[in-house]
Design a binder for this molecule. Structure first.
Ligand SMILES: NC(=O)c1ccc[n+]([C@@H]2O[C@H](COP(=O)([O-])OP(=O)(O)OC[C@H]3O[C@@H](n4cnc5c(N)ncnc54)[C@H](O)[C@@H]3O)[C@@H](O)[C@H]2O)c1
Length: 351
């Protein structure tokens, strides 16, 4: 379960004192940043998506062995989604599994990556293609970390919140989606965001509790991810990616999901009768804040190939995705043809 805390160190202490040994894996920007978080038995890692590999997992295993970590110890993972996915996997497999706690420091990790128990790494540059389900003992969310987060990383996490807003409904209301559309993305006030973070985490945990191993319902959380993962993987293969004139060696995960949601909303409108409004609203946000994807027409074929190899597909020749009948009315296991996927990508690249 996740807990939003006003004071992180005392919340952390309540857990760590239950264990005879505690080791920390901490993101370099958190260790060096304004909070200068460091502890004894601390491995500081510089991790980006390119380092989400078995080599980095092995680095964490080596650190745990060097510390003489026993099965009764606790690993505390403090960082963004790349670090919590890697540390969670290392903890789940070290000596057949030790307890771990996630302390997410990016918005994306707070609202998505640090809960739900999916851990793993990229293999052959396919996103999260090796991993295990292994939930943390606890996720401690302290929104104060967001003060030092770069704008593009804030927007990346906000995109995953938009995803939750699009799949969540209470009766005839979709209050979360409306609250997110009303959020001031120019100033990014943390206090106003905190209730929305809480709502996103609660929505995810409710879904995961009903379907922990993604056999059905949990696939609603993959909205935007079939196209999004392919865009992210293609960016990993290309060396440079440009957003709003900034050069990235990879595209931030949430940006890829946002582009994926636009493609999947286009298919939701054309195939499922979803209203146009959310597609238009998301497109406006993209143009205003995220920038258009810098993809070329020649990217369409490789993107479709990457989608066919996505682990969500039962058979390699299929493209499986989650679409929407409406806001808050997701439809899982929708099979789309290559022609439909091509049309959706061409729509996205034409914006
Ligand atoms: N396990 C899941 O269910 C799940 C869900 C969604 C996404 N993910 C994974 O999460 C990853 C993306 O996570 P992310 O967006 O957090 O990226 P990330 O972990 O790469 O962090 C982004 C950047 O922010 C820096 N950073 C972290 N905290 C900071 C802070 N407080 N201040 C300043 N800089 C800080 C990091 O060093 C990094 O450079 C992807 O690999 C994705 O596959 C997993």
């Amino acid at each position: 379960m996740s807990k939003i805390c006003n004071e992180l160190l005392s919340a952390l202490k309540a857990y760590t004192e239950k264990y005879e040994q505690v080791c920390y894996v901490v993101d370099e920007h958190v260790a060096a940043g304004e909070f200068a978080f460091r502890q004894e038995a601390c491995l500081v890692l510089a991790v980006r998506e390119e380092e989400k590999t078995i080599d980095t997992v092995a680095q964490i295993w080596d650190f745990l062995f060097a510390q003489g970590m026993t099965r009764k110890g606790l690993l505390v993972a403090i960082g963004g989604g790349v670090l919590t996915d890697l540390a969670g996997f290392a903890a789940a497999t070290y000596k057949r599994g030790i307890d771990y706690i996630n302390v997410p420091t990016t918005l994306l990790a707070m609202v998505d990556a640090s809960s739900g128990g999916k851990t793993g790494f990229n293999y052959h540059r396919l996103k999260n293609s090796i991993g295990v389900f292994a939930p943390p003992v606890e996720t401690l969310i302290w929104p104060g970390w967001l003060k030092s987060l770069p704008v593009d990383q804030f927007l990346s996490g906000f995109a995953e919140m938009l995803k939750t807003g699009l799949i969540k409904r209470e009766g005839e209301k979709y209050a979360l989606w409306e609250a997110l559309l009303g959020y001031d993305l120019e100033r990014m006030p943390i206090a106003e965001l905190t209730p929305m973070i809480r709502a996103c985490v609660a929505a995810k945990e409710e879904i995961v509790a009903a379907d922990p191993k993604e056999e059905g319902l949990r696939k609603v959380l993959n909205f935007g991810h079939t196209f999004g993962h392919a865009i992210e993987e293609l960016a990993m293969h290309n060396s440079q990616f440009t957003i709003h004139n900034s050069q990235f060696t990879i595209i931030p995960h949430g940006y890829a999901v946002l582009y994926g949601m636009i493609a999947e909303l286009y298919l939701s409108v054309t195939l499922m009768g979803c209203p146009q409004a959310p597609l238009q609203q998301l497109t406006q946000l993209m143009i205003h804040y995220y920038g258009k994807p810098q993809c070329k027409c020649s990217d369409v074929v490789p993107l479709i190939e990457l989608m066919r190899h996505d682990k969500k597909n039962e058979r390699a020749e299929e493209i499986n995705c989650t679409l929407l009948y409406d806001i808050g009315k997701p439809a899982i296991n929708q099979t789309i043809s290559k022609t439909q996927a091509k049309e959706a990508l061409e729509y996205l690249f034409s914006l």
